[in-house]
Design a protein around this ligand. Sequence first.
Ligand code: NDP
Length: 313
Amino acid sequence: MAEKIHETIIIGSGPAGYTAAIYAARADMKPIIITGMEPGGQLTTTTDVENYPGYPDGIMGPEMMMDFQKQAERFGTQVIMDMVTEVIFDEKPGGIHQIKTMNGEEFLTKTVIISTGASAKYLGLDDEKKYMGSGVSACATCDGFFYKGRPVAVVGGGDTAAEEATYLAKLCSKVYLLVRKNEFRASNIMAQRVMNTPNIEVLFHHELQGIMGNKVVEKAQIINNQTMETKEIEVDGVFIAIGHKPNTDLFVGKLKMDETGYLMTHPDSAKTDIPGVFAAGDCQDNIYRQAVTAAGSGCMAALDAERYLIELQ
Ligand code: NDP
């Protein structure tokens, strides 16, 4: 049974978690960061990151996350490669929270910063894995630039797909939007924007069946799920935009979430409803979902945690 009471434990090691760690470590809160199953988070699954300020020549996602880790460790953050399996929150102000991990560790802590991120949903095709980072992406803002002047396909019919398709249409020669039903799930305004964009071709009742190409994506095989007719379209990129799932299963019944599982924080802060428990990054943001916004909210969480600890004294 753990006896030492830590000042702060950070759960999750993406840009939000490491930024929280940098701030907390520099405030002498001696943070521990428990990395989770995907140390470095979603950015470790991307290639070039060109929109994070401070890297004028761009940087590979995994390398950038190593930099984040090194910077956090430089100020004394302890990085633990483990996975949190249970949290027991004390709802009283000043209460001590308990965190249990897969390796059988138990931590007691005055504050918890949750930065467990979100995961893009994929269709589950083998070809998605095969061409991941070589033409398959789940983030148009991150990777759209690489397809400038070239044709791409987007899969999905919700607001994310509509937004990605509209964004890509500004850069790419042509965007095929594959919607599996005969209607959008997206809001009217976003759907109208798609329909009014001349270089987006909406293919209702169509699904992605396979991807072809020599090392990189060159074609997609699609199927009309009404007629079962298949055809090939020439595309250099395939963007999967069927939604994200916040990694918040651990907190079901313990913290307030919206209907899609995103943690709810108080306005203009990282505070949850439980004193001493803060949330940052994509696990509480279904709008911006960028590395830089996650890092910003990680900073907010560490500052909020620091102030909370000062108020306890
Ligand atoms: P949604 O769950 O709203 O939509 C997912 C879409 O993907 C649906 O069209 C769904 O089809 C389709 N889909 C799901 N699984 C598959 C599959 N296996 N094959 C093909 N298509 C599939 O997710 P979003 O990410 O689009 O949106 C999530 C939330 O975030 C929403 O509340 C949205 O409004 C919000 N959002 C808001 C934005 C904004 O306001 N700027 C931008 C982006 C998101 P089907 O309809 O057939 O189920």
